[in-house]
Design a protein around this ligand. Sequence first.
Ligand code: CTP
Ligand code: MG
Length: 576
Amino acid sequence: MNNLMRRAQNVQLWRKYCVKQYTTEAASASLSRGKPNYDEFIGGRQVQAQRSIVVQVSSEKSYSELYNYCSRFGSIVGAHHYCVRHDDDLHYILLEYSTVNEAAAAIDSGAANGDLSGVPVRSPFLWFKAAPGRRGPKLAANTNNNNNSQLPLSDLLSVDGTRQLDQASLLSQLRCAASIEQQVQLLHEHTQLNDLGVRMRFLAALQVQQAISGMFPAAQAHPFGSSVNGFGRMGCDLDLILRFDGETGVRKESDGEPPSRLIYHTKENLSNGRSQTQRHMECFGDMLHLFLPGVCHVRRILQARVPIIKYHHEHLNLEVDLSMSNLSGFYMSELLYMFGQIDQRVRPLTFSIRRWAQACGLTNPSPGRWISNFSLTCLVMYFLQQLRQPILPTIGALVKAAEAKDVRVTEDGINCTFGRDLERVGFQSRNTSSLSELLLQFFEFYSQFDFHNRAISLNEGRQLAKPDHSAMYIVNPLEQLLNVSKNVSLEECERLRIEVRNAAWILESEVENSTLQESERQDESWGLLNLFKHPEKAVIRPNMFFKPRMVEVSDLFEEKQHQQQQQSTTGLSSDG
Ligand code: CTP
Ligand code: MG
């Protein structure tokens, strides 16, 4: 009974968190302010997604016709074109309306397509059919020749908004930079997830939420991880947590009504929460696979510590990892977001280190016994905490600054309470080191670090004795009995030590040579570029030595994945 009550209490807390009373104006205002806090950022982006639709068109030239057609539902305040590159490029325009109701009206006007098979599903993903009587392609085509081309629309439209700077152009930009400092900044600027990337990720979340809202009116799908923590790069995956017990979408300011006395009847929960989640996810995986437009390659990975459903979204060109029981991961993203907000050197520095790790093959897009981007980010955060003049506070200091409104406890009792108000936390760094100095210090610090005997605690901002024999031990800040880097093998940890030493050595001589003439710099690789000179290692290594452990989201059975992929395409459940 106690358990039940605690669970109910925790659910209440989670709901309280979710009831963000964002009106459209408040949400937009919080986004346009310089430094929104995490709740404002998430809430603002959610409302922005609700004001948006994504329409497949034949090319960006269809814009004027689309604009004219869609303006009947309301006032269009922004338009973003992007391409999904296949054999043929597929073109999409994300239209942003000024209100949620206008976007809803556009979606509600959607009609079933008589020519195509498939069950019509209400979703923000639509396609723009050619006007009746027009011959040629099905999608409405170039209308530059009609009257609409007179409209001053081009100001609104951003074209090819997800195109990334190709490797050669990026390297050439870095070659032309004036200093290593500037190289670090440029790398961050050119590779970080852009505004359209964030919009698309919140639309993917909204699609899932809306698809089930009829049956689960309280369902909430929240992006977390690198899509929202400020450390995401273009093309990063979307981590999504789906909760059935949160509140739905945008709520109007409370009108002072007492809570309803009519309560929904529910099905009794199974006694085992984990197997219940697995059953729900199995069923949910089928629903995504069978009905949701754009969702393909659905794989169920239900045996991992945090069971997930992976899928590809073909209209967004996006990989999605959906979980239902990883709330601490969601709050961990908030911690990282706050760290990025505290000091403007944190994100650019982390981007350079992640890029270096990728270039020398320390990290790898597939999970395995190498260090993950998340663990590497924790190493950077710890380095910034332990400096003589720290650049980041300890998590313990954030916890001390918590007020009643900061209390968050997940339904499984994990305490994610910490001060959210940075002004109240009141941390001021006196560290004035440049980014190139910090980069060098990072490599020097980890060249010396005793991974063999010591664990890293971001909670305390200091090293601890290692509690077990894992090769690398980073205390999970919110679940302190877990090791974030438990998957890292001894060889991989050793390789990290060798590579940080190499990097320190390279960077030291780069800093000494920083007096090179500008003309010399443009011709040769220098500074940061010399850290990235391992193209032969930056390939995806086969996972033949991969030894899975059921500990973290990232610890997934390759074998299992393969089996599950097969099963999901044949419609069998993973436990099948
Ligand atoms: N997470 C966690 N504990 C772990 C692993 C992950 O709390 N042991 C949380 C973190 O908030 C992390 C998020 O789950 O940011 C998503 O994990 P993952 O996708 O592995 O990392 P990302 O930060 O999203 O980085 P990437 O761009 O490589 O996906
Ligand atoms: Mg991720």
